[in-house]
Design a protein around this ligand. Structure first.
Ligand SMILES: *[C@@H]1O[C@H](CO)[C@@H](O)[C@H](O)[C@H]1NC(C)=O
Ligand SMILES: *[C@@H]1O[C@H](CO)[C@@H](O)[C@H](O)[C@H]1NC(C)=O
Ligand SMILES: *[C@@H]1O[C@H](CO)[C@@H](O)[C@H](O)[C@H]1NC(C)=O
Ligand SMILES: *[C@@H]1O[C@H](CO)[C@@H](O)[C@H](O)[C@H]1NC(C)=O
Ligand SMILES: *[C@@H]1O[C@H](CO)[C@@H](O)[C@H](O)[C@H]1NC(C)=O
Ligand SMILES: *[C@@H]1O[C@H](CO)[C@@H](O)[C@H](O)[C@H]1NC(C)=O
Ligand SMILES: *[C@@H]1O[C@H](CO)[C@@H](O)[C@H](O)[C@H]1NC(C)=O
Ligand SMILES: *[C@@H]1O[C@H](CO)[C@@H](O)[C@H](O)[C@H]1NC(C)=O
Ligand SMILES: *[C@@H]1O[C@H](CO)[C@@H](O)[C@H](O)[C@H]1NC(C)=O
Ligand SMILES: *[C@@H]1O[C@H](CO)[C@@H](O)[C@H](O)[C@H]1NC(C)=O
Ligand SMILES: CC(=O)N[C@H]1CO[C@H](CO)[C@@H](O)[C@@H]1O
Ligand SMILES: CC(=O)N[C@H]1CO[C@H](CO)[C@@H](O)[C@@H]1O
Length: 726
């Protein structure tokens, strides 16, 4: 004998009183005591709500205890139940909705204190869902989410569009009256920032009042073990009323117990203002989660996917179609993302500016061509790493990359000389300012010259591990690239001093910085060069670990480049005092920063001349590993250097008396002093170091074995403003 709906309404008036009593008793538990709780208004509020049967039942059955048989039914997850309502009425309980939690859920850690099971827990998910979606505001949802994992997961499954308490709802006005202190309460919550499970909370913009709801101000990052669905759900529910989540990063999550589509869907449902999403090394999130993000978070501007093997073209396609404001996309090591979605990103995302694609085996020429040909007019930064693309892609870049200012090509094994030639001759790269090429065997003399000619605004050029480039190519590139300001070469072993000086002599006159590193092609043959030739624009020179670069080449550099200010000759074993002296004696402007670390053959002579000639300009001097440098150098520095702020004499042959000389210098203003591995410096330097400590902010005395630890302790105590490495 099942009751009719009418019978239910009759019963309701009886039980509504009990119902209200329950809420009155449990209001603390629900967090409702924060508001001016008022029984008649409470009654009024619910009386005017949509009284569909589900809601009705929820308020009828808050407490299984009033049923004589004890708990109403044992398994809350079962639907289609017949509930016994006291002795008189049997109620058919309909399936309200699809099951709210669709996949088995694993909790990786306890983030809740287990509370006494509440009687309201007997309600099935469907009913709690109906209650929760009627909660008046984000803060109330957040309070309820604190009750149990089940409540949290249910709350996080409520989409923005499923929440009933909207301003358009006629009953809302009453709620406003009912909750007079809402604005006040929510700003208090901002200050406390009490949301469970968030890590590295960073509130980018202080929330001002309840008006900011949904504006996307908060930023969250979950890493490693902390990246779980429960925490994502907590973030989803907790950030809604505090400005909304704007940025979410997940860095590496356990593949068996970490973040899954469920967590990402919770974010999608609750955080429509999400703008930046970054997933690194998250193998357990697949298309389903990201598609949900695409469908609900239309404001996504930046997407960063790295090592997400379960995400495929399907998800990226959804993002492309639904997020028109996407400006920046990074896809790295995603084995299932291929041509199709890149094409879609190109054609749907009209604001696309930054694209980086790395190590995706399914991406080929078709994808790059599709991307470039349709997204060409705004795309400014493009990086392509380790892709199986051919000359075709380079041709497309050369033709369509009209807005590209920054281009990085790296590890493109299947690109040949022809590709670079066509790219340069495509004449599209008119705006290119910065070009980096790493590990591309296709870079040859002919290809590079074409690039130089095709990019009239190229200012910065960096070439690394391109084995086939030779002197001729470098010189003709330098001639062609008329705007070049900075040239860096690394591991280009066919380049010799002939190409180096040829480029220097034949560049446009705008070259300000030249850097060579780890190039093995140099030998120190002295070249004839026109005596009047100069490269007066060059201010910064760096030649690191090029063993063949000797004092002959240095002497020539000194003659060619009188305007040098920054010089780095790190690790040039072949240079001697003679070479360095002829360089520094020719400098007309005065050197500011000099790094001679690991130039093992240099002696005090060089340092004394340096101090004498450039003492009024020198700001940084690094002599790390110059084992022939002794106290005499420190004396010269103390006497001549007025503005030196950073000095590194690690592993030099200096002693206590050298440090004493530094300490006595009246005009010296050292801020950073490194002397690690100086085994002759002893406790006797304590007073000198304390003296120097008046200006020091950094002191490195690591591996100074003659300094006792008690002295170090004393130093740490006396130089409390200084950062001491010991
Ligand atoms: C109550 O809500 C349901 C859907 O949730 C709707 O179909 C019904 O018309 C509403 N009833 C009233 C009285 O507003
Ligand atoms: C949730 O619980 C935590 C820990 O008990 C507390 O710090 C936080 O303030 C609570 N959040 C809300 C919204 O009540
Ligand atoms: C990716 O995450 C796994 C743990 O899930 C970890 O073992 C691995 O080192 C991470 N890989 C990278 C490149 O961070
Ligand atoms: C992932 O979780 C499982 C189960 O707790 C654990 O055995 C495993 O070590 C975790 N893996 C990593 C990389 O943390
Ligand atoms: C995209 O950006 C424009 C301009 O900033 C803005 O007006 C528009 O609402 C944004 N669209 C979405 C879906 O966020
Ligand atoms: C593009 O990427 C660069 C760094 O690679 C970043 O500084 C810049 O803000 C990005 N631009 C946009 C529009 O995302
Ligand atoms: C991507 O395009 C290249 C040709 O450019 C093709 O060889 C490759 O098979 C395509 N990949 C997929 C997954 O369609
Ligand atoms: C280069 O292309 C050839 C065929 O066109 C292919 O067999 C080879 O695997 C590709 N190499 C790389 C590194 O992708
Ligand atoms: C590279 O792409 C070519 C076609 O463009 C294809 O024939 C070849 O198998 C691909 N190589 C790899 C390693 O994917
Ligand atoms: C410079 O030092 C290296 C290594 O200590 C040594 O092999 C070389 O002979 C020295 N060269 C000169 C010219 O002193
Ligand atoms: C290789 C090359 O063309 N080098 C030239 C660079 O410029 C000087 C004069 O500035 C010429 O003498 C070189 O022949
Ligand atoms: C120009 C110059 O200084 N050349 C000297 C460079 O150093 C070698 C020794 O390594 C001398 O033999 C050169 O005379």
């Amino acid at each position: 004998m099942h009751s009719s709906i009418d019978a239910l309404y009759v019963a309701s008036s009886v039980f509504l009183f009990l119902d209200l009593l329950f809420f009155a008793l449990h209001r603390e538990f629900l967090g409702l005591d924060r508001f001016n709780f008022d029984l008649p208004r409470f009654f009024q509020l619910f009386a005017c709500r949509n009284s569909s049967i589900t809601v009705f039942l929820i308020y009828l059955f808050p407490d299984g205890n009033f049923c004589p048989g004890g708990s109403i039914y044992p398994n809350p997850k079962e639907s289609n139940l017949f509930l016994s309502l006291g002795h008189h009425v049997d109620v058919y309980f309909p399936v309200c909705k699809r099951s709210r939690i669709s996949a088995p859920f694993v909790f990786s850690e306890e983030i809740f204190e287990e509370k006494q099971p509440a009687s309201i827990e007997v309600l099935p998910d469907e009913c709690l869902f109906e209650v929760f979606r009627r909660l008046p505001g984000g803060e109330e949802r957040s309070i309820c989410a604190n009750v149990s994992k089940r409540w949290l997961m249910l709350l996080s499954s409520i989409g923005r569009d499923e929440i009933c308490a909207k301003k358009t709802d006629p009953s809302f006005e009453m709620e406003e009256k009912f909750l007079p202190n809402k604005a006040h309460e929510s700003s208090e919550c901002n200050k406390k920032g009490g949301i469970v499970g968030s890590n590295g909370n960073k509130v980018e913009v202080e929330a001002e009042d309840e008006e900011i709801e949904g504006d996307g101000y908060l930023s969250r990052c979950l890493e490693g073990k902390k990246a779980t669905d429960v925490r994502l759900a907590a973030i989803a529910v907790g950030t809604g009323h505090r400005g909304g989540l704007g940025k979410l990063s997940i860095r590496g999550s356990n593949s068996t117990r970490g973040v899954t589509n469920i967590g990402l869907k919770a974010i999608a449902r609750c955080c429509p203002s999400l703008r930046v999403l970054s997933l690194w090394n998250v193998s357990s999130v697949g298309d389903e989660g990201l598609v949900e993000i695409a469908n609900r978070c239309h404001m996504i501007e930046k997407l960063d996917l790295c090592q997400c093997p379960a995400i495929s073209d399907k998800a990226l396609l959804a993002i492309a179609k639904n997020c028109p404001n996407l400006t920046s996309i990074t896809v790295d090591s995603c084995s299932n993302i291929g041509n199709g979605s890149l094409q879609a990103v190109g054609s749907y995302c009209g604001s696309l500016r930054n694209v980086s694609i790395k190590n995706c085996p399914l991406v080929g020429d078709q994808g790059i061509a599709g991307l470039l040909s349709s997204a060409s007019y705004l795309l400014t930064k493009l990086k392509l790493h380790a892709l199986n693309i051919s000359d075709v892609s380079l041709a497309v870049i050369g033709h369509y990359g009209k807005a590209v200012t920054d281009l990085v090509l790296s590890g493109l094994q299947n690109v040949s000389e022809k590709g670079f030639w066509v790219m340069g001759n495509g004449l599209g790269l008119q705006k290119l300012r910065s070009f980096t090429i790493i590990s591309c065997q296709g870079v040859t003399d002919i290809g590079l010259e074409a690039v130089g000619k095709g990019c009239p605004n190229l200012k910065q050029f960096y070439l690394n591990k391109c084995a086939f480039l030779s002197d001729n190519g470098l010189v003709s590139f330098a001639k062609a690239a008329v705007s070049l300001e900075s040239l860096q070469l690394e591991e280009c072993h066919r380049v010799t001093q002939s190409g180096f000086f040829g480029a220097l002599l034949n560049c446009s006159g705008k070259l300000k910085a030249l850097a060579l590193a780890n190039c093995l092609g140099f030998n120190d043959l002295v070249l004839g060069c026109p005596l009047i030739a100069r490269c007066t624009s060059l201010q910064s020179l760096s030649i690191r670990n090029c063993p063949g670069f000797g004092n002959g080449s240095l002497a020539m550099l000194g003659r060619l480049c009188p305007q040098l200010q920054h010089v780095n000759l790190n690790g040039l074993h072949g240079i001697t005092d003679e070479g360095v002296l002829s360089l520094i004696e020719n400098c007309e402007t005065g050197l500011l920063k000099v790094n001679l670390s690991n130039c093992v053959n240099l002696t005090d002579k060089v340092v004394s001349v340096f101090a004498r000639l450039h003492g009024v300009t020198l700001e940084q001097l690094n002599l790390d590993g110059c084992k022939y440098v002794t106290d005499a150098s420190l004396v010269a520095i103390a006497e001549n250097c007025l503005f030196l702020s950073e000095l590194d004499v690690s592993k030099c042959a200096i002693t206590d008396s050298g440090i004493a000389a530094l300490a006595c210098a009246e005009q010296l203003n050292l801020q950073i002093l490194s002397m690690s591995g100086c085994s002759s410096i002893s406790d006797k330097s304590l007073t000198s170091l304390v003296e120097l400590g008046q200006t020091l902010v950094g002191l490195n005395i690591q591996h100074c074995n003659a300094i006792k630890s008690s002295t170090v302790d004393l130093l740490v105590e006396r130089l409390w403003r200084c950062d001491i490495l010991s």
